[in-house]
Design a protein. Structure first.
Lengths: 205, 205, 205, 205
DNA sequence: TATGAATGAGTCTTCATTCAT
DNA sequence: TATGAATGAAGACTCATTCAT
């Protein structure tokens, strides 16, 4: 009876499918549980509630990704800015670490990014952006400090963070193959870095 | 007889408020109609259904914007590419035409971009992107034709369209004042044009 | 079609029956509405929610009763204590005003007193008692002031209020006929007044 | 093997807590059993069902109390009425026997009196009253027999039983300390006895 | 030109209970 | 001596939609 005890797993699997198709809000527990050969009540045996089930689908993936990003910016923050490089290809590492993580559970990431409305994971991309912005702010200020007559353009800074995160959500939304993704992201990153160097500061009148 | 129109208008006004606050899916017709001093039935007198009401809120604005974009790219497409310029500031015209259109009915645009989930207008940004992409494809091909050893990077092309549209949705989401918007968009456009010139083509191996 | 439009009334009637039989918490909206020849949704057309329906059953009656009691104690409070009498029969007025009010909607009172658990009307008897206590406190203090060597026994005071209110709930619970009620309550009131005069104060050691 | 009993005991302990807080109907077996470090199934191993568990919490206490009351009234009934005294203080014995019994398992009594709704122990106070009434009836008849021109006022008789039982439930509900309870009950009993002597009979027209 | 009434299918959630192991 | 899994029926509530008037 290998089939036994997998109920929880079957529930998560079905939920993933349903969330992907309909999004959190429109997904039906009835449909999920019956799809898993169980009743609604079973969901509440294994999970706290609908949101808890969503968390089971999406939580581990989110943790993995958050860890990578936090760690990355943490490291970048500790670095000495004078030795900080903004040449093309220098920042492939983050992409090369992030992309495998994103593609490890492709569907979960997609759900997290586009189907979480109504759940407690809603607006996760915005939270990512906010996280990114925190770190970039400090770096930008350091940069401005060594560029006389320049100051940080706050709007550009925020937009940059936005575009950067979006670059990844766009990638995962449009490229389902990890290898292709790793190749396609390169020019994107290059362009973003070049743009960052040239447009994050504005003239200090 | 002006009274006739008034109810319809009041309904639209209230609906706009409700859609903005709760999004299409979570908006309640009961709440909308009672907010307009009418009953649910009234909605079905004036509009086909919930989606029809949404269309009334958002449709005219969408048409105006679509027209501007279509027209703009149409013109660009007719242009002789050899005389086509990609210097900074050259493309301020589109921003300068689009932004007033976007800010003319600020709320409607916001709803269209972020609150349409569940309605037939869902994913409008993606449709805008698709529209944009059609035109950019031809231009990019012309560009490639005059650059020996180069070919169009399809992924970058698509991403560009994405970022370009997003630049506007980001703007409207974060800047509520039109004048500020006109100022903030400039470096964004500059950076995008520069990026376009340098990253839309890749080496043709 | 006299039958039309009575739906609301039918709903209230059925609800009254159901609340009486099962109490608020165990009453089922399904059962109530289907008993009225309607669907659950109909309940939500006419009332805010289950508690709202309960309020429709019980609210008017409660207001009537509260008004009588408040008014009575208000009057008693304004009276000069020296002329305040505690002879048997002197306080028949309150009973004679309250009992008709209680028997006007017998079932509603019963529900209010014994079947409100879980609703917002829960513990109404206790609230009545608290109300009563407020007024009695002042009177008892005045009484103590003119009785040297005596002080108010707080516990007895509270218990008295309790018994007094209970006298009425007991009455309505056990006597369904108003005329009988008016007769039976008399010795009860007499005994309570006599008790009040002799037991509300204790020796001030 | 002490371990065996322990689980059962833990279950009862937790159940007592839960019933006290939420009442029988709203108490959750899941919550009780998990609070006892066990699962729902365990409840059904030790007890027949939810009501059985309730009985285990409350039954022994109820039996103890019922025994005391029955015994007391039995004795009173056997007594010769002519020697039966109704002086103040004469009936302190029942209070002095009952109160310790009530306070021996304070929580259980509280649950029995106020949290049994929905269980088979619902309305236990009324059953107590009925029990009391049986005994009082006979005594009252004997009393009437020696008072020419008088007859038993049935309503007053019933009400008296009610008030008498309520005196104890009120006590336990408002006074958590046994010593205080023993003191506070005295004037209450005194008043009840005096009332009994004067109001239980009415003129026999 | 609307309303008021009502439906019906659906939502998530809770719970006592069962039973194989 | 329990557990863990699961059921099934019920709970309150929401809502877009319909339609006679």
């Amino acid at each position: 009876m290998t089939y036994e005890k997998e109920s929880r797993e079957r529930l998560i699997k079905r939920a993933k499918k349903e969330f992907l198709e309909k999004g959190f809000a429109k997904a039906s527990l009835r449909s999920i549980s019956s799809g898993a050969g169980l009743t609604t009540g079973a969901v509440y045996f294994f999970f706290k509630d609908k949101d808890g089930l969503f968390g089971a689908v999406v939580g581990p993936t989110l943790e993995r990704i958050t860890a990578i990003i936090t760690e990355h910016y943490q490291a970048e923050n500790d670095e000495d800015f004078t030795t900080y490089s903004h040449e093309k290809g220098d920042h492939d590492d983050i992409a090369e670490r992030l992309i495998p993580a994103l593609y490890e559970d492709y569907d979960a990431v997609l759900i997290l990014l586009e189907k979480a409305a109504g759940s407690s994971y809603d607006g996760i991309a915005d939270r990512m952006i906010a996280l990114t912005e925190q770190f970039y702010e400090r770096i930008a200020e350091k940069y401005a400090a060594v560029c006389p007559g320049k100051r940080v353009n706050r709007y550009m800074l925020h937009w940059f963070c936005h575009v950067q995160i979006n670059a990844f959500t766009h990638l995962i939304t449009h490229v389902s193959d990890e290898q292709t993704a790793l190749r396609e992201i390169r020019p994107v990153m290059d362009m973003l870095i070049e743009g960052w160097m040239n447009y994050i500061l504005e003239d200090d009148i």
